[in-house]
Design a protein around this ligand. Sequence first.
Ligand SMILES: Nc1ncnc2c1ncn2[C@@H]1O[C@H](COP(=O)(O)OP(=O)(O)OP(=O)(O)O)[C@@H](O)[C@H]1O
Ligand SMILES: [Mg+2]
Length: 148
Amino acid sequence: MREKNILCPIDFSDCSKEALAKAVEIAKESAAKLTLFHAYQFPITEGALHAIGMIGEVAGETKESIDDWTAAAATSLGAERVDSISVNGVPHEEIVRRARELDCDLIVMGTHGRSGLKHAIVGSVAEKVVRHAPCTVMVVKGTTAPNA
Ligand SMILES: Nc1ncnc2c1ncn2[C@@H]1O[C@H](COP(=O)(O)OP(=O)(O)OP(=O)(O)O)[C@@H](O)[C@H]1O
Ligand SMILES: [Mg+2]
């Protein structure tokens, strides 16, 4: 039988932390493999970052953060088969692309993220992922979400 895959996109916000806890719970119940995923975008153009020799630094810091969250998912939440990926790119596009590549059964993400627009029911990344995902998407309403 094919192993089940769950993708958990995180932006290091409290809401995505709550989504991660839910993703770990489901992964344990269904003996699924869990992949934490973060897409980062550079604050200035990639060319400028190259010029000042900072491109590796930004990518390195992101990798460190996602590695910390992955380790915490295993130690604090008890995730059994957990992995992580970080890539440079537009978040919703990269999330959908990775869900396809990994043949994911489920995406678990937060309703909101770091910017937390108060009027929106869900953030723009969550909305676009729901619209374009190749699989079921669970959006977790965090206790710190703007509409909670
Ligand atoms: N760069 C990212 N990489 C991976 N997952 C992300 C990223 N950004 C957001 N997410 C996921 O999407 C969820 C919802 O965040 P989203 O960005 O849609 O809301 P927001 O930040 O409140 O609003 P917006 O970004 O539209 O201003 C997050 O909890 C997280 O699971
Ligand atoms: Mg956001």
